[in-house]
Structure formats: structure tokens, C-alpha cells
Design a protein around this ligand. Structure first.
Ligand SMILES: C[S@@+](CC[C@H](N)C(=O)[O-])C[C@H]1O[C@@H](n2cnc3c(N)ncnc32)[C@H](O)[C@@H]1O
Length: 265
């Protein structure tokens, strides 16, 4: 009788642990990490979602995970996009608008270094480093205003990640500090060609400005990633308006509930 009870409670405990494990793994595929929700690196190490190159992807992810809000799917896709650019010799820089702590740029840097131990691609980080600006209530939605000032950090945070932890060549990194409306016109003349353009500025105006200034610089077959297409209506509207102004069909590819990308025709 006693051993039956013991067995039953062991089975119950095991069932709880299995359930917990699946819930924890699902967290890897979410983006925003609410305060207090930590993801143990073992969860990344043991995850297996079926990406090509997944072992290398996980190793890279473990180096940058504490510096990004992106999901496992976003980071894995980003790795594969950079590897695709390197494999096909598509020239150009790697650009992110809305970098925050620099983890997504770090992922791009590591993917590029996996192709070329002596990296050649320049990294461009655009951010106010004062957090999110005021959204436009009419296009970004009523909720957006609650996030003004969120995601603020010193530029030293991504700098330390890229230059110290990842040891990416300092001369290949450019920090564009300030509001996009001020930094983009200046930077547009110093960037020749872009291989990957990653937009993560959340709001309508931020997304629209980046597309206007930087899309013309994206190389043929280069990659454009939109982080907030599924999460913010203003971002989605800016992208939809921009795509319809191009006058050619563009297929948006799904990354996760929010992220999309396309290749420049
Ligand atoms: C959600 S965070 C980016 C997350 C980051 N890519 C990551 O890997 O975790 C959005 C960032 O966009 C920046 N941002 C949004 N609009 C901006 C603008 N108009 N000018 C400058 N920075 C802006 C904010 O400062 C913030 O750091």
C-alpha cells in the first residue's frame, strides 16, 4: 500500500516537471521577458526547434541572450539570414535601427564571424539610447503611449557586448546615437550598401523614417527584417504603405507572431 502511494506521488511529481519543462520552453519563443521571468541557459541548450545549424545558433544565443528582447525564432532566423548573405556573397553592412542593449546586432556579428573569422561587414547601431519616443496615438494605438521611455540604456551596454564580450573589430562598428530623424539623414551618406536592414523601432514614424532613408541602400537580394509587424499597428501600417508604394509584389515571410522579413527584389 505504502509503495503504491510512493509510486503515485513520484509519477505526479514527474508529470509536473514535464509540464513545467514545456512551459519554460514555450517562454523561449516569446519576446518580451516580464521582470522576474528568467530563462535558464540550460533551456536554450536543450531546446530543439528544427533550425539548420541549430547547435551553433544556440551557442551564439547564449552569449547574447541577456542583451535582447527577441524570441528564439527571431534570433535563429537572424543567424540564418546573415549566413545566407555570406554564403551568396551579397555585399553590404548589417544595420539595426532600435538596438537597445545590442543583442540582435551581437547575433548578426556572431553569424558573420561563423562565416568569416576575419569579419568584413560593418555594423551600424541606431538608437536614441533614451528609450522609445512618443508614439502617434492615431496610428500607433492607445496602448503605445504607456511605453514612452521604455528600453533606455547607455550606449556603453551594446559597446561592451560587441567590443569586449564578442570581441568584434572595433573599427567595423558605428554607433548612431540620437533620434532617427536626426541621425538617418547624416548616416545615409556614410553607408554605401546594406546587406541586412533590421527595423525594431516599434512606432509608425520610426519605421517609416528608417524605410525611407535606408531601403534604397539595401542590396539586391538583401534582407529587410521588421520586428514589430504583428505587435504594433503603426509599424504594420508604415510597412504596408511603404510596400504598396513600391509597385511590385513583395511576399512577407513569417518569423514569429510579430516578426516578418522579405528579400529585396
Ligand atoms: C524594442 S527596443 C529594441 C530591442 C532590441 N532590438 C533587442 O534586440 O532587444 C526599441 C528601441 O528603439 C529605439 N527607438 C524607437 N524609435 C526611435 C527613434 N525614432 N529614434 C531613435 N531610437 C528609437 C528605442 O530607444 C529602443 O531602444
Amino acid at each position: 500500500m505504502r509503495s503504491k502511494l510512493g509510486l503515485r506521488s513520484r509519477v505526479k511529481k514527474l508529470a509536473i516537471r514535464v509540464e513545467q519543462w514545456f512551459i519554460d520552453r514555450r517562454k523561449l519563443r516569446q519576446r518580451w521577458r516580464p521582470p522576474g521571468t528568467t530563462i535558464d541557459l540550460t533551456q536554450i541548450r536543450t531546446a530543439e526547434f528544427g533550425y539548420e545549424d541549430e547547435r551553433a545558433i544556440k551557442q551564439a544565443m547564449m552569449l547574447i541572450w541577456d542583451h535582447t528582447l527577441l524570441s528564439y525564432d527571431c534570433l535563429a532566423t537572424l543567424w540564418l539570414q546573415v549566413r545566407y548573405l555570406d554564403r551568396h556573397g551579397i555585399a553590404g553592412d548589417l544595420v539595426e535601427c532600435g538596438t537597445f542593449r545590442g543583442g540582435a546586432v551581437g547575433m548578426m556579428a556572431l553569424a558573420h564571424r561563423a562565416s568569416r573569422p576575419e569579419p568584413v561587414r560593418r555594423l551600424h547601431l541606431f538608437d536614441s539610447f533614451q528609450g522609445l519616443p512618443k508614439p502617434r496615438a492615431d496610428v500607433d494605438g492607445d496602448d503605445a503611449v504607456k511605453f514612452v521611455g521604455d528600453c533606455s540604456c547607455s550606449v556603453d551596454v551594446p559597446r561592451k557586448l560587441l567590443e569586449e564580450r564578442l570581441q568584434y573589430k572595433q573599427t567595423l562598428i558605428q554607433y548612431h546615437i540620437g533620434w532617427f530623424q536626426d541621425t538617418l539623414p547624416r548616416a545615409a551618406s556614410s553607408i554605401d550598401e546594406i546587406a541586412l536592414l533590421r527595423l525594431d523601432g516599434d512606432w509608425y514614424e520610426s519605421t517609416r523614417e528608417c524605410l525611407e532613408y535606408l531601403y534604397p541602400k539595401v542590396a539586391k537580394n538583401g534582407v529587410i527584417v521588421i520586428d514589430d509587424y504583428g505587435s504594433w499597428e503603426g509599424c504594420r501600417r508604415a510597412v504596408d504603405e511603404f510596400l504598396s508604394s513600391l509597385g511590385e509584389p513583395i511576399m512577407l515571410h513569417y518569423i514569429d507572431y510579430s516578426g516578418r522579413y522579405w528579400l529585396k527584389p
